[in-house]
Design a protein around this ligand. Structure first.
Ligand code: NDP
Ligand SMILES: O=C1OC[C@@H](O)[C@@H](O)[C@@H]1O
Length: 320
């Protein structure tokens, strides 16, 4: 979907060469590999996009960093804070770019919301609310061994929205309640986040029930809402509704809605690499090739532990 002068998919890898070849043929990709290692070692690959399942993210990210690649890893980048810290440390030590694929951040509707917030249209912010839930029949979601569960797969979109509208502040207190799936993963979770000055964030995520799938922020003057939470194509401020269509003329049939919106994060990665600067992680930017770990409280560990402690009654194997 993007100009070939800017982006080219030059290789694809799978654990089975036949599947990689089939995918490469279908999408006109020049090279197919039967292992991720071979792709990581391909000198024509500048950026590795990692779309394995959650438990394989870390190993594949480290493999590609070791091969000197910039890395865009699907969300959640790690299944807990320790994994994320290890990947960020590795990227920093090698001066390489690393980004978590929270594609939501780069949608035009999100950019429009950010300018509404910057202009102070809503007044002093008081509360943010996000919901993401649907009945999803994806085996990986109810499988503990695949780091399934609502919070890691869907809650991450809610947390990143709340963190974004509150400028990346860390909440002072978190509490959570949950319904636990028979497989032991979190099925439906509601979380309260208390920010300084009595400002509040709350979200509900569910892999077994349909929720509003909208995210909103309210202030002393007005309220703004984007939907759907994870791939926003609509922004409503007061009664003013703006659409940001994302079909982009693509004729592809995708597994997940608004998937053409993946181009926005790809464009962001290219922009960062061309600027050659480390993108703010803790609010500073550094000259030279740095790394971005799309940092938000979710991966700070304390919140994840709170949530998993509250939700599952014990620090789960994959508590964030
Ligand atoms: N940003 C977004 O909108 C979306 C993001 N995601 C994220 O993308 C990632 C992949 O999700 P999805 O594509 O639904 O997952 P799938 O269940 O389709 O698995 C993706 C790939 O993981 C690879 N894989 C590597 N090791 C294993 C293993 N041990 N068991 C099974 N598969 C393995 C397989 O590749 P192969 O066998 O070919 O090597 C498989 O094709 C997840 O992290 C998810 O959170 C998912 C959907 C939407
Ligand atoms: O990130 C994602 O997008 C929406 C849902 O389909 C979810 O399962 C997937 O991981």
């Amino acid at each position: 979907s993007l100009p070939r002068s800017d982006h080219q998919v030059v290789a694809v890898a799978a654990r089975e060469l036949s599947r990689a070849r089939e995918f490469a043929q279908k999408h006109g990709i020049p090279r197919a590999y039967g292992s991720y290692q071979e792709l990581a070692e391909d000198p024509n690959v500048e950026v590795a996009y990692i779309g394995t399942q959650n438990p394989q993210h870390k190993a594949t990210v480290l493999m590609c960093l070791a091969a000197g690649k910039a890395v865009l890893c699907e969300k959640p980048m790690g299944v807990n804070a320790a994994e994320v810290r290890e990947m960020v440390a590795e990227a920093r030590s090698r001066g390489l770019f690393l980004m978590e694929g929270l594609w939501t951040r780069f949608f035009p509707a999100t950019e429009a919301l950010k300018s509404v917030l910057a202009q102070g249209t809503l007044g002093d912010l008081r509360a943010a609310r996000a919901e993401m839930g649907f009945v999803i029949a994806l085996p990986r979601l109810t499988d503990w061994a695949q780091a399934g569960g609502a919070v890691l797969d869907l809650g991450i979109y809610c947390v990143q929205f709340i963190s974004m509208v509150f400028g990346g502040q860390r909440p002072e207190k978190i509490s959570a309640v949950a319904r636990v799936h028979e497989t032991g993963v979190d099925d439906t979770v509601s979380v309260l986040l208390q920010y300084p000055g009595g400002v509040q964030g709350s979200f509900t995520c569910s892999i077994s029930s349909k929720l509003s799938n909208a995210a909103s922020v309210s202030g002393t003057k007005d309220r703004a809402e984007v939907s759907p939470t994870w791939a926003p194509v609509e922004l409503v401020v007061n009664n003013d509704r703006k659409e940001f269509p994302c079909s982009l003329g693509s004729k592809e049939i995708y597994n997940f809605i608004h998937s053409p919106g993946m181009i926005y994060e790809a464009m962001h990665v290219r922009k960062c690499l061309r600027k050659g600067k480390g993108v703010e992680d803790t609010g500073r930017s550094k000259p030279g090739r740095g790394c971005l770990a799309a940092r938000h409280p979710f991966h700070s560990g304390s919140y994840g532990n709170y949530i998993s402690q509250d939700v599952l009654g014990h620090p789960s194997a994959y508590s964030m």
